[in-house]
Design a protein around this ligand. Structure first.
Ligand code: GLY
Length: 408
């Protein structure tokens, strides 16, 4: 049997489909899984379809889940030092229990790990583990590990399958789903990479208990993004339930993951390689990636923090262009601010010296640039984002001048 046949086609007992703007399952009281059940969402991509499982105790079940998909595979677990110190024993024990042969590769934590150096090291480690085409790479960590390990899997022996076990909120609601993998270049964020879909995504909400609060807040920015782009009712639910999410209440977390992953799965299954609809998922990212490049991809500004500022700017830019009513940017800003996220370029440590031209130069490296024209995700309303190629560099320059001049 072709190993790919073991992907769980159609195994979607509780999947929900977000089919249009402002539709949501966020108010469905039956949505949250009881503590002993997993929610499942299927990402429908033909022979590359796969399931996202979410719930508690999934780490302990990982071996069993992986074994059922690829019975004879050996696995290389790719993780970082932080995740390894908290959770690697549990994952290794689960693989042992399922009789899966495995080895672990532990990398430094942090965005700097998404580099050519670490990619080269990782690929050679995987080859020294003799990972073959029918074996598996397990990306066990946050967005950095998922992106790097997924990319390494995509180029190893011209493509080895991989499983995502995301351990950060950001990775559970966004980066582990959809097959975007890659590393950063000094020229910009995620500029070297490949689309390579995972075989399975296992989101164990228990591991969020050990996530640093700053990382949790950064991941929360990606959660809010789903409400802002396509689901006003979910944004309202977040306004009313943010404290429950931050308190890691089971039902609130499951609803958060489910709504986010359902929307992501729906968008990705319609536009896997970002020819149109998927670009909406980049709300705030054109600005945000520029901030990350200018702050050196590090602790100074996390990805989620950069895009929180970027999303506020996208609403401000939309307001200034008369595309949405006044006051929405303030609504978004206050939601992020109350969650403890930065909301303005002035909140970025040492950003005072950055010029408008520096910013525009980094933004020109955005992957959505086509023949030199910048693409922005702008908003008509909360839950109603759209792709715009109508903003000129002059419009942008005038807006950034206004924001950076301090007159705002
Ligand atoms: N994080 C945006 C995307 O996956 O398309």
């Amino acid at each position: 049997m072709n190993p790919k046949d073991k992907r769980r086609k159609g195994f979607s007992m509780s999947s929900q489909t977000v089919s249009g703007q402002n539709l949501t399952q966020a108010d469905d009281p039956n949505l949250a899984a009881p503590n002993n059940r997993f929610e499942t969402i299927n990402v429908a991509l033909g022979e590359r379809s796969y399931d996202i499982l979410m719930g508690t105790g999934l780490l302990e079940k990982a071996g069993e889940q992986i074994k059922s998909l690829r019975p004879a595979a050996k696995c290389s677990i790719v993780t970082d030092e932080n995740v390894a110190s908290h959770h690697l024993n549990a994952l290794e024990a689960s693989l042992d229990q399922a009789g899966i042969v495995h080895k672990s590769i532990i990398l430094p934590a942090g965005e700097a790990t998404k580099s050519f150096d670490k990619l080269s090291y990782l690929v050679n480690e995987l080859l020294s583990h003799e990972i073959e085409r029918n074996d598996l790479v397990i990306a066990f960590g946050g967005g950095v590990i998922g992106d790097l390990a997924g990319f390494a899997a995509s180029i190893l022996r011209r493509g080895v399958d991989f499983v995502q076990i995301p351990t950060s909120l950001l990775a559970q609601v966004d980066s582990s789903v959809g097959g975007k993998t890659g590393i950063n270049s000094p020229h910009g964020k995620n500029l070297v990479g490949a689309f390579h879909q995972p075989l399975l995504v296992l989101c164990d909400i228990d591991v969020l208990k050990t996530l640093e609060p700053r990382q949790f807040r950064a991941g929360y920015a990606e959660v809010v993004k789903y409400g802002l782009i396509r689901d006003a009712i979910f944004f309202k639910w977040l306004q009313e339930n943010r404290d429950r999410v931050f308190a890691l209440e089971h039902d609130a977390l499951i609803k958060t993951l489910h709504t986010s992953c359902a929307m992501k799965a729906d968008v990705v299954s319609q536009d896997e390689k970002e020819h149109g609809l998927r670009a909406l998922l980049n709300l705030g990212h054109t600005f945000g990636h520029g901030f990350e490049a200018l702050t050196g991809y590090g602790e100074r500004l996390l990805h989620g923090e950069a895009i929180a500022i970027g999303m506020v700017l996208a609403f401000e830019f939309s307001e200034r262009a008369g595309l949405c009513k006044t006051g929405l940017a303030e609504l978004v800003r206050s939601h992020f601010k109350e969650a403890g996220l930065p909301t303005s370029m002035k909140d970025i440590d040492g950003f005072g010296d950055v010029s408008v031209e520096d910013l525009i130069k980094t933004m020109r490296q955005d992957k959505k640039v086509e023949r030199g024209v910048l693409t922005f995700i702008l908003c008509r309303d909360i839950g109603d984002a759209f792709v715009s190629r109508d903003m000129s560099e002059d419009n942008l320059r005038e807006f950034l001048d206004f924001k950076l001049s301090g007159t705002d």
